[in-house]
Design a protein around this ligand. Structure first.
Ligand code: ADP
Length: 490
């Protein structure tokens, strides 16, 4: 047992995911939750939980001070940050270190390097890892003119300290450039506290390929195969799979070798992801994600390795006891991010109450979620309802299984992306694995037509009737009484 107690500085499905790993390792878990999450499930599943008072996220899930306070108060030796929130904040890592609480993730110095997306590209290029032509924060009009001449159109402008696809703009002609730079700078400042930006060559139809790595910081860096995350909307991932249908065994080895080299270049420790764009047989380094990622279950399904447990063990100082990557991978896994969004209305967030819910099951099906019937998706946080992941012996079995699982999935009361995924898993280009990052943009109208046509045919329609009581009202599980749970207040 590496630690006795771990605080989870996060919410929702990832908090539950971390608790599950802790429980299997015999570690007690401590949850923290905001007032908006008062009726959420995740903190009730923890061994102890603490309310984070305050209306702003800076006073709750982004409060370094409170996380450390509750970790110490409850006697936790370590903190798991999940993804988002404080997970990539090097100040948090430093604060944990100075308070002698182990941060489950990479060192602050590594995180600082990874956080500057323009600078880390330069570091990778110095280590012989291919990068796209780019320019880091060109300041004067001369520098910008030089960058344009060297990189050529189309280009993409991005905030250097950004994430989540925010603030990025594609520029096809000179007159669009000024606005795009202003946009990246403003968004960089308002969302990430830094106006720095960079210009990069824009690839017209790449695939997004990323490699999961595990590193113990004492010389062992392991690659655990790649994930293909090319189904995206507005640069945000919707579907992820492992392995990638686009790679030959040689290309797969090349991606793995580049990723291990990249991790070594920045002395990476713990679990991390090296992202690449892939076009015409070449990989171009995109960024390092210095944390566990949303899509980690696909790697877990093909390797059988519990990545969260490995993170905890590495943080506790244990050596990695696993053989090298690709040979571990077995079969095919695919994940759909099920969001509370309305695909028929520009993916508008659709928070609100789930008044009918039945998740799929059966062989090879995994659901990571913090929702239940009667739960209201809060509007303050991301719109993730669940992650539906399936495993099959090959891609054909995995896609058929996903289609079956999606058809079983019932989510009533709020708009969600399940109907869109049902259409995608019937669309030939995707089924043949020939899609790239422009897939959703090119196919959306046709996919929405299928959604419309399927509306009256799905199992959901039948189950909608079952979920009604005699008066035609939706049936909800009785709400669990608050005092049934071990909640501690400050
Ligand atoms: P973020 O960190 O904000 O998610 P990334 O740099 O990781 O941004 O890029 C997110 C997605 O945007 C990529 O997966 C890809 O689809 C698209 N993208 C980013 N840079 C380029 C580029 N140079 N050419 C083509 N597409 C790009």
């Amino acid at each position: 047992m590496p630690f006795k107690k771990v605080l989870i500085a996060n919410r929702g499905e990832i908090a539950i995911r971390v608790m599950r790993a802790c429980r299997e390792l015999g570690i007690k878990s401590v949850a923290v939750f905001s007032g908006d999450d008062r009726r959420s499930l995740f903190y009730r599943l923890a061994d102890e939980s603490f309310l984070l008072k305050g209306d702003e996220v800076s006073d709750t899930y982004l409060s370094i001070e409170k996380m450390i306070h509750f970790a110490k108060k409850s006697g936790c030796e370590a903190i798991h940050p999940g993804y988002g929130f404080l997970s990539e904040n090097p100040d948090f890592v430093d604060a944990c270190e100075s308070e002698s609480v182990k941060f489950i993730g990479p060192a602050g110095a590594t995180m600082r390097k990874a956080g500057d997306k323009a600078r880390i590209k330069e570091i990778m290029a110095e280590h012989g890892i291919p990068v796209l032509p780019s320019s880091n924060n060109p300041a004067t009009s001369d520098e910008i003119r030089d960058a344009v001449a060297r990189i050529g159109f189309p280009m993409i402008i991005k905030p250097s300290f950004g994430g989540g696809g925010k603030g990025m703009k594609i520029v096809h002609t000179e007159p669009e450039l000024e606005d795009a730079i202003r946009f990246a700078r403003n968004l960089g400042q308002s969302a990430f506290g830094n106006p720095a930006f960079y210009i990069e060559k824009y690839l017209q139809a790449p695939r997004h390929i990323e490699v999961q790595i595990l590193s113990d910081g004492r010389g062992t860096v392991l690659d655990l195969g790649e994930r293909d995350c090319s189904v995206q909307r507005r640069h945000q991932k919707l579907i992820e799979e492992s392995p990638s249908p686009a790679l030959t065994p040689e290309m797969r080895c090349r991606a793995a070798d580049l990723a291990v080299k990249a991790a070594r270049a920045i002395d990476y420790e713990n679990a991390g992801t090296i992202e690449f764009l892939f076009e015409d047989g070449e990989f171009y380094f995109l960024e390092v994600n210095a944390r566990i990622q949303v899509e980690h279950p696909v790697t877990e399904m093909v390797t059988g390795i519990d990545l969260i447990k490995e993170q905890i063990k590495i943080a506790a100082g244990e050596d990695i006891q696993l053989p090298r990557g690709a040979c571990l991978c077995n079969g095919w896994a695919i994940e759909c991010r099920i969001n509370a969004e309305d695909p028929e209305n520009r993916f508008m967030p659709s928070p609100g109450q789930i008044n009918g819910y039945r998740s799929p099951g059966g062989i090879g099906v995994r659901v990571d979620s913090g929702v239940f019937m009667g739960f209201s998706i809060p509007s303050h946080y991301d719109s993730l309802i669940s992650k539906l992941t399936v495993w099959g012996r090959d891609r054909a079995e995995a896609t058929a299984r996903m289609r079956r699982a999606l058809d079983e999935y019932v989510i009533l009361g709020i708009k969600n992306t399940v109907p869109l995924y049902r259409a995608i898993f019937r669309e030939p280009e995707f089924l043949e694995g020939k899609h790239d990052t422009t897939y959703i943009e090119r196919h959306l109208p046709e996919l929405l037509n299928v959604v419309e046509k399927q509306k009256h045919k799905t199992q959901e329609q039948l189950l909608t009737a079952i979920f009604r009581d005699d008066r035609g009202l939706p049936v909800c599980d009785a709400y669990l009484a608050d005092d049934e749970f071990p909640v501690f207040y400050t």
